[in-house]
Design a protein around this ligand. Structure first.
Ligand code: PLP
Length: 439
């Protein structure tokens, strides 16, 4: 089986784990092929270098007079500037450090002064938090055009404070026209929040040019897996709302019977901040800024087209798609394989080929339900992916269809697993008495 597209493509950047050797169920090892970037992307080498450099200086932020504290504080605050630059934020937009996209969206949900309109295709993180603001759900149509028409109708029928929408679907990778949606929301008197968890790692976004009011994304999906995410957005709602957490750092003055809260971003960042996470995120933003936008897009387009074409040529493979007219798609490919449970395929790819994909409902149950599925497979690519990885995945799926699995698999617990499982699971030295099994 050969790949449909002939042009080969090398990784665009070095990432941690790019030479990771993993055991195979039938014996031996192979280099891990990571197709799960959409869940959590590996750290860019530039990010781990930055964290290594900063570690000796790690100290309290904002509160210490020591030299290391001053350096840590400087890193933390300049990380805001890097994120702001990366997203081309407008002057009235502040960067609040959070844990991840889910955290950012829950924070914003506590600040919105009115209803929020959402589509039924969202990741749960951009669906569940809005209930407290009177969530109004619009059922996406079969085309983007018709979906926008339905959103306008909903926003015009009854005023809403916010349209909360994904930048790119975490299931199909399809991208929505954000500039147009921002214009539509504003025309109807609403603001727009973009869940950019999947878009930000793949496309350059200008908040200023698109008119996006709020954006949320996760460091761990942006090659900076050190526990930080961001909410970037207009200051007025953030300053008017109750602090997300009450505690030190979020206040100007505390008396026995009252508190004077600080404005954003400090207002929503109570507690000791994650300086390493913020610095890692800033390093990722800087590294991504250094890659020419067209180079980034064409690397991804080549690999994603190769993957889609190769999978489509295999009998029984069905690619998932929401809209017939989506303008763009990031490197996420979801599919089903006739006659095989998604978990079975994922277990086979891991155990016999050392390939990591995701299976299940991707925290998007309403979306899977509307596609009539109770599960699928998802292969997602990123800066460390190359065409040889893509060919490996295509060939492994084709082999499965042609010859079946070379091992037995069964559902144990809630997952498909090889039976018997022969792979020795790597151990991590936790520094304690007993090593901790990874798996
Ligand atoms: N939004 C989208 C589109 C996602 O894909 C995800 C995670 O996969 C999230 C939100 C939640 O991100 P996190 O788990 O980093 O909070």
């Amino acid at each position: 089986m050969t790949a449909v597209v002939d042009q080969t493509c090398a990784p665009l950047a070095r990432v941690s784990g790019d030479d990771l050797q993993v055991p195979l169920v039938q014996g031996g090892t192979t280099t891990y092929a990571n197709f799960d970037y959409a869940a959590s992307a590996p750290a860019l080498a530039a990010v781990t270098d930055r964290v290594q450099q900063l570690l000796p200086y790690y100290a309290s932020v904002h509160r210490g007079a020591g030299y290391a504290s001053r350096i840590s504080t400087e890193c933390y605050e300049s990380a805001r500037a890097s994120v702001s630059l990366f997203l081309d934020a407008a002057d009235d937009q502040v960067v609040v450090f959070t844990r991840n996209t889910t955290d950012s969206l829950n924070l914003l949900a506590g600040c919105v002064p009115g209803d929020t309109v959402v589509l039924d295709i969202e990741h749960h993180a951009n669906f569940l938090p809005w209930t407290r603001n009177g969530r109004r759900v619009v059922r996406a149509a079969d085309t983007v055009e018709e979906t926008i028409r339905l959103l306008v109708a909903e926003l015009c029928a009854k005023p809403a404070a916010l349209l909360a929408i994904t930048g790119a679907s975490n299931v199909t990778g399809e991208v929505l026209p954000l500039e147009r949606l921002a214009e539509v929301a504003h025309r109807c008197g609403a603001r727009i929040l973009v869940d950019a968890a999947q878009l930000a790692p793949h496309r350059r976004i200008s908040l200023r040019d698109t008119g996006i009011d709020y954006l949320a994304c996760s460091g761990h999906k942006l090659y900076a897996p050190f526990g930080a995410g961001v909410l970037v957005g207009r200051r007025d709602w953030l300053d008017a709302a109750e602090p997300y957490l009450a505690g030190g750092g979020a206040v100007r003055e505390v008396r026995a019977d009252s508190a004077e809260w600080a404005p954003a971003p400090q207002r929503h960042e109570a507690g000791s901040p994650n300086v390493l996470g913020a610095a890692a995120l800033a390093a990722a933003c800087a590294a991504l800024c250094d890659i020419d936008a067209e180079t980034l897009a064409s690397h991804e387009r080549l690999l994603a087209d190769r993957l889609r074409d190769g999978l489509c040529a295999i009998p029984g493979v069905e690619l998932l798609r929401l809209w017939s007219d989506s303008p763009d798609c990031v490197g996420i490919v979801a599919f089903t394989l006739d006659g095989f449970a998604p978990g079975h395929v994922a277990a086979y790819l891991s155990a016999e080929h050392g390939i990591g994909v995701r299976d299940g409902r991707f925290c998007a149950h309403p979306l899977l339900a509307r596609l009539g599925l109770d599960g699928a497979l998802r292969a997602s690519i990123g800066l460390g992916t190359c065409s040889a990885d893509v060919d490996r995945l295509i060939e492994a799926v084709a082999d499965l269809v042609e010859t079946g699995t070379g091992w037995n698999y069964a559902v144990t617990g809630s997952h498909w697993n090889p039976t018997p499982e022969t792979r020795p699971f790597a151990t991590v030295d936790t520094g304690g008495a007993s090593p901790c099994a990874v798996g």
